[in-house]
Design a protein around this ligand. Structure first.
Ligand SMILES: NC(=O)c1ccc[n+]([C@@H]2O[C@H](COP(=O)([O-])OP(=O)(O)OC[C@H]3O[C@@H](n4cnc5c(N)ncnc54)[C@H](OP(=O)(O)O)[C@@H]3O)[C@@H](O)[C@H]2O)c1
Length: 307
């Protein structure tokens, strides 16, 4: 009989992604949900228990994970040892499934993984593969491309909706997957409810598969085509500059961002998915009309926040 996952721990619940995974897990209603946090938690939704734990101690983490079936790792830390300790603690506590802190491109894309910005993910992923190969835990990774809503809110993919400013990555025509945060939350939930089908696999999802230019065209439709300021960024030059910066010890948001933007805008590093796991994980592709509505909503949020 396949393993049923009931007791679930979420780490990183306060984050941009973790908060959506939390919503997905709570609304599912079938999990006993515990949040691991390094600080005393603020308001928690009904249905989740919070445990404050010392993330620097495998012993403390393992104690907190006793009796758990699964750990969802939505931590984002520049220090990969945080997640590696959590994996070790999960193994010590006999946790069955670990959801890897991936949530980006394909972990098996060697070109992408060679970029310094993905060095931490690479170490964590390899550590998880090692303990899983010794049958000490099972794992699932979710590859979602760029976060669609998050990227549009933050301007991360060089589309600044509020100021109508765009920097095309090269000519902006490279197509890659994008997924909304709520859709990733749903996918995590459905990965846990189908433990056998999602065992020891990377699962690929998307809300849309589009280029930066395609998203820009929808943004123009949503917000009006006039007064957009468009530049372009040579991504090979951006890569070169970022690598020089890294060599001098600069791991700033701009430098790391350019490396990620390079990976999502460059053939061989990312691209249209030939196969996906949307059906398995309950992710529905969005129509252009739905993306337009999302852009209008985000623009309204940004307008309210600026007031
Ligand atoms: N595909 C994309 O477009 C995209 C974009 C962004 C992120 N991501 C990925 O999504 C995942 C989550 O990122 P996010 O943007 O949601 O991160 P975030 O908003 O920065 O949240 C980070 C979370 O990690 C926790 N955390 C950080 N350092 C920690 C530590 N040392 N010990 C314990 N907890 C720690 C934080 O807890 P506190 O509340 O205690 O600080 C917070 O809950 C990551 O794997 C990231 O790489 C993907």
């Amino acid at each position: 009989m396949s393993r049923q996952i009931k007791n679930v721990v979420l780490a990183g619940a306060t984050g941009a992604l973790g908060s959506h995974i939390l919503t997905g897990l709570v609304s599912h209603g079938g999990f006993n949900l515990t949040i691991l946090t390094r600080n005393a938690a603020g308001t928690l939704p009904v249905g989740a228990t919070a445990k404050v734990v010392d993330f620097s101690s495998v012993t403390a983490l393992a104690a907190a994970l006793q009796g758990q079936d699964a750990v969802v790792d939505a931590i984002s830390s520049p220090d990969p040892s945080v997640s590696m300790r959590l994996i070790d603690a999960a193994v010590t506590a006999g946790v069955y499934r670990y959801i890897a802190p991936e949530f980006s491109g394909d972990p098996k894309n060697d070109k992408g993984r060679a970029l310094p910005v993905f060095g931490g993910k690479k170490q964590i992923y390899e550590h998880l593969q090692k303990v899983a190969s010794e049958d000490r835990i099972t794992w699932t990774a979710i590859s979602n491309g760029a976060f669609l809503d998050w990227c549009l809110r933050t301007g991360f993919v060089n589309i600044d909706l509020f100021n109508k400013k765009v920097a095309l990555m090269n000519d902006g025509s490279h197509v890659f997957p994008w997924t909304t945060l709520p859709a990733v939350g749903t996918a995590v939930c459905n990965a846990l409810t189908q433990a056998e089908k999602t065992k020891n696999q990377t699962l690929f999802i998307y809300s849309v598969q589009k280029s930066q230019k395609d998203i820009l065209a929808i943004a123009k439709d949503a917000l009006g085509a006039e007064n957009w300021e468009t530049q372009s960024q040579d991504m090979e030059a951006a890569l070169e500059e970022a690598m020089i910066a890294v060599k001098s010890g600069d791991y700033s948001w701009k430098v790391m961002g350019d490396l990620i933007r390079y990976s999502i805008s460059t053939p061989g590093y990312s691209g249209r998915l030939e196969q996906d796991n949307n059906d398995l994980l309950g992710v529905r592709p969005m129509s252009d009309e739905q993306v337009k509505t999302l852009i209008q909503q985000i623009f309204d949020e940004l307008k309210t926040a600026k007031k």
